[in-house]
Design a protein around this ligand. Structure first.
Ligand SMILES: NC(=O)c1ccc[n+]([C@@H]2O[C@H](COP(=O)([O-])OP(=O)(O)OC[C@H]3O[C@@H](n4cnc5c(N)ncnc54)[C@H](OP(=O)(O)O)[C@@H]3O)[C@@H](O)[C@H]2O)c1
Length: 379
């Protein structure tokens, strides 16, 4: 059953869900492009489907049209379901709107509008060509492009701040220890987050105390190298820290040289790290304190569109205080850890203004732990 202008049709939701599922396959590799999936269907039959694998490679609509052609299907008069508005510009590939028009598609159902002003306009172009277009503003489709929608117009990458704490807001009953708070399912979820972001970042304290590797284990191959970032201010972390090792040198899914962010005026303190890491001096050349916004701008300039910050409490507090976080992901373990020496989940910052306008949009049980997540409202 085909729809008529501006009205949803039974089954639209299932096809958009499938388009989103396809898009999610390239969530790590498509960046900085958004992940996009497409399905072409008619009368309850899928004729072709595809997704955008990587920047420079065909877009989802073209993949789906090719798949349909490869299967000998006639797509004239069919409906195209796309998780994101078809592009309307000549970038590294041709406009998808034109490809759909040329294929004589009759109806297009769009999961989310394109937030990129350069590529948008596909919906108008399709309508001008007499194609029925339905925009569903599907929550999954919108979530898929959340990082892209921010990054495309911002001077810094999209920053997700992930922390784990006890019910009473503590990360460890006493300072200095690497305290395992959450269970295996939560740790597995964190590895998914690492895989999905362009870079994972921690403060110097977490490297000194935990000697964290910041890898994805078991290894998951992706075409973009994994980027790891250590944020320092006054003192370098040890040259022999495990974060500087390259755990996988295979061309596919390899780890890039670790990036160390340091203040512009602290070169002599960090010179020893230069043989093992890419030391990026951010902010003014005489700055002795780290300008976090400048440091994040430097990451964006290196092509990093999204960052997963995993703490610790000092760096997390500073990022929130400076309103440099776009999403929080908080794991809450079902235990109390309060002692007179307990370490709070955020330290050293004035956060009285940091939580204005937040909306929890995900609450979920992960194993024995709880995950709560919010989009930060000041962006
Ligand atoms: N529960 C969790 O989710 C979680 C997550 C991560 C870590 N942890 C725990 O947290 C502990 C480490 O905490 P932490 O607070 O000491 O470490 P941290 O936040 O990882 O690192 C703090 C360090 O970051 C550097 N830094 C860079 N820019 C800064 C800025 N703008 N303002 C302040 N500092 C800046 C400073 O390094 P310099 O020393 O060079 O000045 C500072 O000492 C470990 O025990 C670890 O296990 C818990």
């Amino acid at each position: 059953m085909e729809g008529y202008r501006g009205h949803p049709v039974a089954g639209d939701g299932a096809y958009i869900a499938r388009a989103c599922e396809l898009a999610a396959r390239a969530i790590a590799d498509a960046a900085p492009n958004p992940p996009v999936g497409a399905v072409i269907a008619r009368g309850g039959m899928t004729l072709g489907e595809g997704y955008h694998h990587r920047r420079g490679e065909p877009h989802a609509e073209v993949e789906a049209l090719r798949a349909a052609a490869g299967a000998g299907a006639d797509v004239r008069g069919a409906t195209a379901y796309v998780s994101l508005e078809p592009c309307n510009h000549h970038g590294t590939t041709g406009p998808c709107s034109e490809a759909l028009i040329a294929a004589r598609i009759a109806r297009v159902v769009v999961g989310a509008r394109d937030p990129n002003p350069t590529a948008a306009g596909g919906i108008a172009r399709l309508r001008d060509a007499g194609i029925d277009v339905e925009i569903t503003a599907d929550p999954t489709a919108l979530a898929l492009i959340e990082r892209f929608a921010y990054w495309i117009g911002a001077p810094i990458p999209f920053v997700t701040l992930k922390m784990a704490m006890s019910l009473d807001g503590v990360i460890a009953p006493w300072p200095g220890g690497n305290f395992a708070l959450t269970g295996a399912p939560a740790r597995e979820r964190v590895r998914d987050l690492r895989f999905e972001h362009d870079a994972v970042m921690v403060g110097a304290g977490t490297i000194r105390i935990d000697d964290a590797q910041l890898t994805v284990r078991p290894h998951r191959t992706r075409r973009k190298p994994y980027e790891r970032v250590v944020v320092c201010e006054t003192d370098a972390v040890p040259v022999g820290s495990r974060v500087f090792a390259a755990p996988n040198t295979a061309p596919s899914g390899a780890y890039a040289r670790t990036i160390v962010l340091a203040p512009g005026g602290q070169r002599e303190h960090f010179a020893a790290l230069e043989p093992v890491a890419d030391v990026v001096y951010a902010g003014a050349p005489d700055a002795t304190l780290l300008d976090l916004a400048a440091a994040l701008r430097a990451l964006r300039q290196r092509g990093i569109a999204s960052v997963l910050c995993e703490g610790g409490p000092t760096l997390a507090g500073r990022l929130l205080e400076r309103q440099l976080v776009q999403r929080i992901v908080w794991f809450v373990a079902p235990r109390f850890l309060q002692t007179p020496q307990a370490v709070p989940v955020l330290t050293g910052a004035d956060l009285t203004r940091a939580a204005n306008g937040w909306r929890f949009d995900r609450v979920e049980r992960v194993g024995e732990d709880m995950l709560v997540s919010a989009r930060v409202g000041h962006v």
